[in-house]
Design a protein around this ligand. Sequence first.
Ligand SMILES: Nc1ncnc2c1ncn2[C@@H]1O[C@H](COP(=O)(O)OP(=O)(O)OP(=O)(O)O)[C@@H](O)[C@H]1O
Ligand SMILES: [Mg+2]
Ligand SMILES: [Zn+2]
Length: 500
Amino acid sequence: MGLFGMHSYMVHVEIDISGGLPHFDIVGLPNTSVSEAKERVRSAIKNSGLTFPVSRITVNLAPADTKKEGTVYDLPMLIAVLVASHQIHSVPETAAFIGELSLGGELRRVNGALPMVIEAYNNGITDVFVPEENAYECSVVEGIHVYPVKNIKQIVSHLEGKEKILPALYTPKEEVLETLLDFADVKGQFEAKRAIEIAAAGGHNILLIGPPGSGKSMLAKRISTILPDMTFEESLETTKIYSISGKLSKDTPLITKRPFRSPHHTVSPVGLSGGGAIPKPGEISLAHNGVLFLDELPEFARTTMEIMRQPIEDGVISISRAQATVTYPCSVMLVCAMNPCPCGYYGHPTRECTCPRGSAERYLSKVSGPLLDRVDIHIEVPPVDFESLSDDERGEKSADIKKRVNKARLIQQKRLEGTGISCNAHMTASQTREFCKLTDDAKDMLKVVFDRLSLSARAYDKILRVARTIADLEASETVNEEHVAEAVQYRSLDRKFWGK
Ligand SMILES: Nc1ncnc2c1ncn2[C@@H]1O[C@H](COP(=O)(O)OP(=O)(O)OP(=O)(O)O)[C@@H](O)[C@H]1O
Ligand SMILES: [Mg+2]
Ligand SMILES: [Zn+2]
């Protein structure tokens, strides 16, 4: 099995053994890795008490024209040598092999085993042999036997019918450790919490803006506790990315909780978008089907924000390499937090902003307009008042908010079935018009608001999408005046801070 980006494919190992001077050749692999692979295969065979044939051996990895990288071909090549030299009698047509060898004949874990096993299954493979450490991760794929292999002796014994390896069994673990964060800890801030609930329900990008210490980071960090449950397809997609990145832990073979990634503002372009010799997914893809949180947004370099613009819009990111381009999905909910100015008190109800004139404007303009344009909901997080802070009563628990979010998301999934998207935020302009039918009153109201605030067409779509989500939270089929009125509120910061 091979892997390039998210794309896996079958690789066939062909082998020819003939008389003549002893020689071992591999074709179909990039030159740089051939010599090392040869050495591993040869040593692993010898150190497992088997014989490396003294003949002329040529191994071909087909198809020759696909790019092959990494060390996953070690095991299939070794098996081919053993079959050709009659040390293994036969291998079923429907078996596949993945794994890197140590010189001593042990199997080492590889990255990206899960997407390869899925592809194997799609190609009619019934038995796949993987390094023991990868087995549990791959066992989530149903309908295929995943055999955990420790070393060469063990797999030879299995294939020879002597001592069988037991296939790995997937046993989903109950989530034992409840997360420690909860919205109940956040006092007051009802409007911010409401906006976050809407954002989570519809998958809308959201920006929190407010003075220092008002609780922006605190709120944002709790978003993952109310995100809607993942569908199985979403879980599998996100898990593939973590598999490729080598970030799957042994205990969680299948990611069932939406990821929450918060890269620091010093993150490098490669760290964010992905890259490297063997292109790996970056933060933006690791957040796939979850949240990408950018705290202190204006601190991010302009170039960094520019890199994110297109992927955030498209839900996929392409990484260009010298020879080829890989594409990773990055369907994320973007959450940004920021102060309105360097001192943080611009627009504050009681405190004076101490920044020199013009610096607040400069600060705000650091946030790239096109990025801002992709944010559906803007919310001001005001300083918490003393009364709320000293109130002993705990707020609503995350678990209760999440129930509402889940309900609203299910309604969207049903409505959008067959469109390839599953939440309101991802509706195209035409889908927005189709699915956000306004009542007559709502239409009239929106028209008045529009003329008065001179909003753009883009703002119009955003208001419709957010209004749709607000209606879904109430399980209302139609979008009415109240829904629109609330959605309009979430655009007001454009004017307050950006003068739009
Ligand atoms: N609404 C609140 N309820 C309870 N505690 C709060 C609330 N708001 C703020 N705090 C307390 O204040 C601390 C600072 O909040 P937080 O770091 O979220 O502020 P911030 O808005 O991100 O500020 P900055 O702009 O400086 O990053 C929190 O860790 C928390 O202890
Ligand atoms: Mg903060
Ligand atoms: Zn200021």
